[in-house]
Design a protein. Sequence first.
Length: 116
Amino acid sequence: QVHLVESGGGLVQPGGSLRLSCTYYSGNISSIYQMSWFRQAPGNQRELVAAIFEHGSTHYLWTVEGRFTISRDIAKNTVALQMNDLTPADTAVYYCNAHDPPLDAWGQGTQVTVSS
């Protein structure tokens, strides 16, 4: 059984920062092809926010480029998403994903709310 557990969501004012963390309990993340953060706002489709690949390269949704940073700590088997300069448009449930076919595993999600 694959386990991904997210933490770090919450309520923050516009312009603030949050750091999300995802721990992978079913193996070593260094061997996972793609570790990603997705988000889904009410009424919207789930979208890819940021990804980090097996060899360390990264990819970002253009609306978060320059504000969000994805990183991984192989020793701790975690992937983090540092989110700065948050706006109300960033409000969503954020999900961690581990993708390495046939593996495609999801965490339970963590709520991020940006509001004054």
